[in-house]
Design a protein around this ligand. Structure first.
Ligand code: C2E
Ligand code: CA
Ligand code: CA
Length: 660
């Protein structure tokens, strides 16, 4: 897998966890802060409310003493005693006169000071080492303002009580016993308040802690949910990355991942593995006929079928178009091929009314190797190299194929530069007339003089150009070169013979081909009759009408048109019927092979006969021996092209050799 691709996938799958952790700490921090603030303010709130309660209760008690005299004494005391049991925070009530002589007390307790100054209340807390604070209506020791209790430090200083300490409000009040000294008539009513802050605070604290716990729990749940959803998100992304959008099954990445796992497990070579590329032929034609949607449905069905054919320790994925990659276990080639045949049968059952053909490329995986991507690549190369000659092909990858693939890549890389730099050279091979044994024509054949590879014959690059379409440019270039050469020779006063150029089948998709050819040739002002165009009957398979029209137009424009490699195809005679041409080039194969002697030559003589009757000239190609020349002369074949006379040669050499 490419490095950048791998990186991209990793990036897609990655989901950073640190923002979650940071978020967790931040939120915890905020919660704790809020909790402390809440606890603090609630404690103050309680103190305040308890204080207010105590003051109110004490004042009510003091009120009772307003009517206190010798007559009401008993009744009042009784009332206080019965109330004191009910009022939880009141511990004791004592009364004394102006001179601080005790009058009456519920418990016999009096504030432990002589220094009380009129109205006020007293704080009695020995632990804290300040026992009394006095309350003055003007300078209260505390002020209650909304939710806050403020201590008036001046008060404690000015009243020179035992140690002049400012009490710590929360602490002190938690343990507070307060004497409230309230003047009533000539008396001081003193009420000992025990403010039980702890109890209420505890409840409040428990509530706060519970509240906080609930908040933390909610937060932790929220956090867990987000972590889980993050994990699910990662899993979902991973699934998307490894899923094929058409079949919903595994895709190429998944195939490589699963395949690698399988091969790693197989490190002791328990199983033989083979990587396969299985592809339906003419899938694009299927889509053209039935539409892309039907095509995708077909692929989906194919995938389901193949899934059923796959065993446990094997892998399968959809590639592009109607191609699938497979990693299969096998015992021997026969068994493997039988399985492929079975798969093809099952695939054919998807559309029983239609016969479908499949090409298969196979790469036998060497033991202990795990580069699934490379193996599958090899299978794909094998499939590509198998061509589409047979109906269902199976091809095994070999090193040669790889070399060929690399070569193809090189050719494709270099071809544009080669055309610009004029690395393609025109070679001419003479056609010699049988009647006079003199030059009657020539064929232009391309050679590639490569800066590093040297001389390259056309069979090493023409098929590649035919596949990738570059042949269109090359043929135009050759035609133009020939037009230029002819115009130069014409200007030099030489007698011209027709020179043929090859027009590849790929040209016959354009309807204005004839006009296009005219335009190229007319740049050089040469008569069209000195240019011959060689086409092969395979052009019939593309668009017959374009072929027939183009040939007609070209002939009307004065070009000669010849049919190359006649007899090499399947429907030669048929094409002769429909296509009106000037020259028939008999394929070199008739003069080769075991039965060349009898059957081949018999056919040749009949073809020559037929061509004569159809008013065509005959050229025999690939003629290498004197016997062949003699035979063809006897049969009145018009021209002979072959090594017997000359191999193709560079233009200057040709010009010199055949001075006219
Ligand atoms: P072709 O058009 O059939 O060309 C004839 C081929 O037969 C040439 O091969 C020629 O060198 C070869 N030949 C001629 N006489 C003999 C002989 O006596 N014995 C043997 N063994 N071979 C002989 P070449 O030049 O290698 O070209 C091969 C093919 O490449 C051509 O077959 C043609 O199809 C294609 N080709 C060459 N140049 C061009 C071009 O410019 N455009 C296109 N489209 N195709 C070209
Ligand atoms: Ca030719
Ligand atoms: Ca030929």
């Amino acid at each position: 897998m490419g490095n950048s691709k791998e990186k991209r996938i990793k990036k897609l799958k990655r989901n950073r966890i640190w923002p979650y952790i940071l978020g967790l700490f931040l939120l915890l921090f905020i919660f704790v802060g809020v909790l402390f603030a809440a606890l603090g303010s609630s404690a103050v709130g309680i103190i305040q409310s308890n204080l207010i309660d105590s003051c109110a209760q004490s004042e009510r008690i003091a009120e009772v003493f307003k009517d206190y005299n010798s007559e009401t004494k008993e009744k009042t005391e009784q009332k206080i005693l019965s109330n004191i049991d009910i009022l939880e925070e009141i511990e004791a009530v004592s009364v004394r006169d102006k001179d601080k002589n005790p009058i009456w007390s519920t418990s016999g307790e009096y504030p432990s000071t002589d220094e009380s100054i009129g109205t006020g209340f007293l704080l009695d807390d020995e632990d804290k080492n300040y026992s009394i604070i006095l309350y003055d209506k003007e300078t209260q020791p505390f002020s209650f303002d909304d939710d806050e209790i403020t201590i008036n430090p001046d008060y404690f200083k000015n009243n020179n009580y035992s140690n002049n300490k400012t009490p710590d409000i929360t602490d002190t009040f938690a343990n507070a016993k307060l004497w409230f000294v309230i003047p009533v008539n000539d008396m001081e009513v003193m009420i000992l308040n025990n403010i039980t802050l702890y109890y209420q605070d505890f409840i409040m604290m428990i509530t706060s802690v519970l509240l906080c716990a609930v908040m933390i729990a909610i937060f932790v749940i929220y956090y867990l949910i987000s972590v889980i959803s993050m994990i699910l998100g990662v899993r979902r992304t991973t699934k998307v990355i490894y899923t094929d959008m058409i079949t919903g099954g595994d895709n190429q990445l998944s195939f490589i991942r699963n395949g690698t796992k399988l091969l790693k497990k197989n490190r002791y070579g328990q199983q033989n593995y083979a990587a396969l590329h299985l592809e339906m032929r003419k899938y694009s034609s299927f889509c053209t006929c039935f539409g892309v949607n039907k095509g995708q449905e077909l692929i989906e069905d194919f995938y389901k079928v193949l899934r059923k054919e796959i065993h446990k320790k094997e892998a399968l994925s959809h590639q592009e178009n109607a191609a699938f990659s497979l990693l299969l276990t096998y015992t021997d080639k026969n068994e493997l091929e039988a399985r492929v045949a079975k798969m093809r049968n099952s695939l054919n059952k998807v559309l029983p009314e239609m016969k479908m053909y499949f090409n298969t490329g196979i790469y036998e995986v060497p033991a202990n190797e795990i580069d699934v991507e490379q193996f599958y690549n090899n299978a794909m190369i094998a499939c590509e190299m198998s061509g589409d000659e047979s109906e269902n092909s199976i091809a095994y990858f070999d090193v040669e194929m790889n070399k060929q693939k690399l070569w193809e890549r090189k050719v494709e890389n270099d071809m544009d530069r080669a055309l610009t730099n004029k690395e393609f050279q025109v070679y001419l091979q003479p056609k010699i007339s049988t009647s006079e044994e003199k030059l009657g024509g020539a064929e232009a054949l391309v050679r590639w003089i490569h800066p590093t590879e040297g001389f390259i014959p056309p069979n090493r690059f023409i098929p590649i150009f035919e596949k990738n379409g570059f042949i269109l440019k090359l043929d135009d270039y050759m035609l133009e070169e020939i037009a230029r050469v002819q115009s130069e020779w014409l200007a030099a006063g030489r007698t011209l013979v027709p020179i043929s150029v090859n027009v590849s089948r790929a040209h016959f998709t354009r309807e204005d081909l004839a006009e296009h050819i005219c335009a190229i040739v007319d740049k050089y002002n040469v008569p069209h009759s000195v240019i011959e165009l060689e086409l092969t009957e395979s052009a019939f398979f593309d668009d017959k009408n374009v072929l027939l029209n183009t040939v007609q137009k070209l002939r009307r424009a004065g070009f000669k048109v010849s049919m190359d490699d006649f007899g090499a195809g399947y429907s030669s005679l048929n094409s002769l019927k429909e296509l009106q041409i000037d020259v028939l080039k008999i394929d070199a194969d008739f003069f080769r092979g075991a039965d060349a002697e009898e059957r081949g030559l018999l056919i040749v003589s009949e073809v020559i006969d037929l061509a004569k009757k159809l008013n065509m000239k005959i050229v025999a190609e690939g003629i290498e021996s004197r016997e062949q020349v003699e035979f063809l002369t006897e049969q009145e074949c018009d021209l002979i092209q072959g090594y017997f006379y000359a191999k193709p040669m560079p233009v200057p050499e040709f010009a010199q050799k055949y001075e006219m």
